[in-house]
Design a protein around this ligand. Structure first.
Ligand SMILES: [Zn+2]
Length: 294
């Protein structure tokens, strides 16, 4: 009996030890997993180190989680925004950051701009917004004024001197988007300091442009309309003043590609030319590659 009792005691102690060991093992593993979940970038091989070892692994890059950007209403992409959508999506731009009152930007883009503005200022560069959010009607006024010769085009040309509607639209499209196709509809894109490329080629303008080229990406901004050439074959001419907030505008460009058809692009003078000129493929989607990857 005594012998049995002590054997039982021993086996009980053994079971207790095994259970404690199991609990310790499970809890240390859970701890490790939790830590990894909290710091997804701290896994054994970070995507960064992978890219350093494999600079051409662009396909892998797509597996990195996309930032959470919800799909906007189709009308928002077209600049046809309601009052309540305006209130929830846009922030008023403070007068001291702009050359006039009454401008608005997408909230996220505005917050990023404020940080960029501060950094630029510390380097002696003043960034002033000269155009930000524009809705469909605003863009239609710009477009129709050019279409009807009320406003002269670059190169001192009047669109009304061009008889062919397609050629007339093509000339306006060198620097102006058709209503419904402008990135300014999204509030993510801004024009800075001057609407003239030459301004950015010397003196203060040159310093401002060089600062933006060097630093804008740190704040999420890119220049969508770089010089046309092998990397950007069609679309608008170069615009050194136009900058876009990539974390929102890149996914929105994708949504635009998926959701908008030529039946959606109408309601302004010469709208029929949009399809004939493949405006979505040749203009909207023809942007600097940097602006396509959030
Ligand atoms: Zn612009």
């Amino acid at each position: 009996m005594r012998k049995n009792k002590s054997a039982n005691k021993k086996s009980n102690i053994f079971i207790v030890l095994v259970v404690i060991l199991a609990i310790l093992l499970v809890s240390s593993r859970t701890c490790r997993l939790t830590r990894r979940n909290l710091n997804p970038g701290k896994s054994e091989i970070t995507s960064e180190s992978f890219h350093q070892q494999n600079p051409d692994s662009s396909t892998i890059k797509k597996e990195e989680p996309m930032p959470e950007v919800s799909q906007p209403d189709k009308n928002i992409l077209l600049g046809k925004i309601t009052g309540s959508q305006r209130d929830s999506m846009l922030s008023p731009v403070e007068r001291r950051y702009a050359n006039r009152d009454g401008m608005f930007m997408h909230r996220d883009a505005y917050h990023a701009f404020l940080k960029m503005h501060e950094a630029a200022k510390a380097d002696g560069v003043e960034l002033i917004i000269v155009s930000a959010f524009r809705d469909f009607n605003h863009q239609a006024r710009i477009w129709n004024n050019k279409w009807n010769g009320r406003q002269v085009l670059s190169g001192n040309i009047y669109a009304t001197d061009i008889a062919s509607p397609v050629e007339r639209a093509r000339e306006i499209l060198r620097f102006s988007a058709m209503p419904g196709t402008s990135r300014h509809h999204w509030g993510t894109d801004i024009d800075l300091n001057s609407l003239n490329n030459r301004y950015f080629e010397s003196g203060r303008g040159k310093r401002e442009y060089e600062w933006l080229r060097e630093n804008a990406s740190k704040f999420g901004f890119c220049q969508p309309y770089t010089p046309k050439g092998s990397r950007r074959e069609s679309g608008y001419e170069e615009e050194k003043w136009h900058w876009s907030y990539i974390p929102v505008s890149a996914p929105w460009l994708n949504f635009y590609r998926q959701q908008i058809s030529y039946d959606d692009i109408k309601g302004f003078d010469g709208w029929e030319t949009a399809r004939l000129l493949n405006v979505v493929e040749r203009y909207v989607l023809s942007v600097n590659e940097e602006c396509m990857n959030p």
